[in-house]
Design a protein around this ligand. Structure first.
Ligand code: FES
Length: 102
C-alpha cells in the first residue's frame, strides 16, 4: 500500500468531479454536494466511459457517455444494481485529500 495525495480540500467546489492520475491509475475524484470526498475508478462499468468527466447529481456520479449514475458511497449503479464501480477509501489530513492504493 502506498499513500498518494489527490490535492487540497480547498481546491474543489462541492458538487464537482475531476479525473486524476495517481500511482499510475486514472481515478475519478468527486466532492459531493455535502462536501464529502469520494474516489471511484474512472472507468464506467457500462462501456468504460470516463467518470471523472461526468457530473454530480445528488449523491451520485453520472457518466458523461450514456448517463448511468453511480452512488458516490459504494459505487453501485442506480439503474442496474448488478453494475458497480470500484471505490477507493479517501482520507483527509489537514487540507490534503489522500488515497491508499496497492
Ligand atoms: S459508458 Fe458510462 S453509461 Fe455508458
Amino acid at each position: 500500500m502506498a499513500t498518494y495525495s489527490c490535492g487540497r480540500v480547498s481546491d474543489m467546489e462541492c458538487g464537482t468531479v475531476r479525473e486524476i492520475t495517481v500511482g499510475g491509475r486514472t481515478l475519478a475524484l468527486a466532492r459531493g454536494e455535502d462536501g464529502e470526498y469520494h474516489v471511484l475508478d474512472n472507468m464506467c462499468a457500462h462501456q468504460g466511459g470516463p467518470l471523472g468527466r461526468g457530473y454530480i447529481d445528488g449523491d451520485t456520479l453520472v457518466c458523461p457517455i450514456h448517463g448511468f449514475a453511480y452512488h458516490l458511497g459504494d459505487g453501485s449503479c442506480t439503474m442496474l444494481p448488478a453494475l458497480r464501480v470500484p471505490t477507493i477509501p479517501v482520507r483527509i489530513d489537514g487540507d490534503e485529500v489522500l488515497v491508499e492504493l496497492d
